[in-house]
Design a protein. Structure first.
Length: 457
């Protein structure tokens, strides 16, 4: 009887422990909010000074403070840690600001990030420079890339859309005004198409001209035809479409020149070098060109095809070099993109400022995407496992890089969203001959537009 009573008494705590373990694995966000957050806050408050001392982040106190301590308490004068601000809980972790002591720099705190992670029992610690003398510690309580949930509050604007989640639980925002052109690389089933799908669907809600070149007979971009202003599904159509885009770019430059050629004495705010300085009623709609499997534009079999390839590559390079001021942006996708594709490939790649590298089949492909802008990111790209689709490494010309993951969005839901936003497509007469045919959809076949779901379940 005593044994039965003991087992009954232990049943409650054991069930609680088992439930917490299950919630930590199956519902990490809920576990963090109920269990992980209070425990981590208690650890941080209880061990803050000792942890900073162990990490070498403490400094000798000011002389006046040392003299005051000796005069009033006669205690031993100990080094002091950086002054800590308020702890701000979030749905994925904690945020706390530190005021650095004289002589310290943000790199000192960043070098101890791994030690802080273990000391406070969190998944990761990231350091951000807020202003001179102040850094922000972002503590992430769990792996936010395992089950992707986009942050609820993400600021967006024209040509500025959230696409994925970074490993520090912030949103990866694709900003075409800051990074005009981007290269997206990834092997088959790496999540490259999911990234493109999310990006295109987000842009579909804005008054932006969307143009597609999909030489796989349109299998990737054709479902979004209702929102596309132009679509080329093979190399022949692409060879006809690209010169039209180049002429549109030249016409926009003529419009800018007309605004610059106004009478002397005109205020400076009326003089511009790109379309964004034009009055809103005169400003043409921006154009985003999506190119899926760019290698198909470079592959040739005959001399005649080689001449056509050289002409298309030249037009792409012109769009990449000059398109930004005219409001024309490129999103180039492929599995590999290097010098072996032919003349002009390396020159075109050099114009693509943004880089997103999903899982690739060899190290050389990762170097093609990231080696010339963020060499350290190459190793991160090579370590992406095959069982985590949508995971990628993003880098920029500043040398910084981070891991991101795209949320899952079904093709049917993305196509339904584009059909619902078809009325937002700006009218561009030059692209009318290339507008794809969209068959009518019955009410029974239409699907409701739903929010993106997690990348994994």
């Amino acid at each position: 009887m005593t044994d039965l009573v003991t087992l009954a008494e232990l049943g409650g705590p054991l069930a609680a422990i088992g439930g917490a373990a299950y919630a930590r694995h199956a519902h990490p966000a809920a576990y963090w909010s109920t269990v992980g957050l209070p425990v981590s806050v208690a650890r941080l408050l209880a061990s803050y000074t000792s942890t900073m001392d162990a990490c070498g982040l403490t400094v000798a106190p000011p002389r006046w403070r040392a003299l005051a301590i000796k005069a009033t308490t006669r205690r031993e004068v100990r080094p002091v840690p950086p002054r800590r601000g308020l702890i701000r809980p979030t749905s994925t972790g904690l945020r706390v600001r530190l005021r650095l002591a004289p002589g310290q720099e943000p790199a000192d705190v960043a070098a101890s990030a791994e030690r802080l992670r273990h000391a406070w029992g969190v998944h990761a610690v990231y350091v951000r420079d807020v202003k001179p003398g102040v850094v922000e510690l972002r503590l992430v309580g769990f792996d936010v890339l395992r089950k992707v949930r986009m942050p609820r509050r993400v600021s967006g604007d024209l040509l500025r859309v959230p696409v994925a989640v970074r490993e520090d639980a912030t949103a990866f925002v694709r900003d075409y005004r800051t990074v005009p052109h981007e290269l997206v690389l990834g092997a088959t089933l790496s999540g490259k198409s999911m990234f493109l799908r999310n990006l295109l669907t987000r842009l579909a809600t804005q008054p932006v001209v969307l143009v597609g070149i999909d030489c796989k007979r349109g299998v990737e971009l054709a479902p979004f035809a209702a929102r596309l202003s132009a679509l080329a599904t093979d190399s022949d159509q692409a060879a006809e479409l690209l010169p039209v885009l180049v002429r549109e770019m030249e016409d926009r430059y003529d419009l800018i020149k007309a605004r610059q050629g106004i009478a002397p004495g005109t205020p400076e705010e009326l003089i511009t070098s790109d379309i964004w300085g034009l009055p809103e009623d005169e400003r043409p709609a921006p154009i985003v060109l999506f190119i899926d499997e760019v290698a198909e534009l470079f592959l040739v079999a005959t001399r005649k095809e080689e001449e056509r390839r050289d002409e298309m590559v030249t037009q792409l390079i012109r769009l990449a070099q000059l398109g930004r001021a005219a409001g024309i942006y490129l999103e180039v996708c492929g599995q590999r993109f290097g010098a072996e594709l032919g003349k002009g490939a390396t020159m075109l790649r050099a114009q693509l400022t943004g880089r997103v590298c999903h899982r690739v089949n060899d190290e050389a492909s990762a170097k093609m995407a990231l080696g010339d802008i963020a060499p350290e990111a190459v190793y991160g790209a090579c370590a992406i496992p095959a069982e985590v689709p949508g995971l990628a490494v993003v880098g920029d010309t500043s040398g910084g890089w981070s891991r991101i993951r795209t949320p899952y969005l079904s093709l049917a839901d993305a196509a339904a969203a584009c059909r619902a936003m078809a009325h937002l497509a700006p009218d561009l007469p030059a692209l009318t001959p290339f507008r794809p045919y969209v068959p009518p959809v019955s009410v029974e076949d239409s699907r409701p537009v739903v929010a993106p779901q997690p990348a994994t379940k």
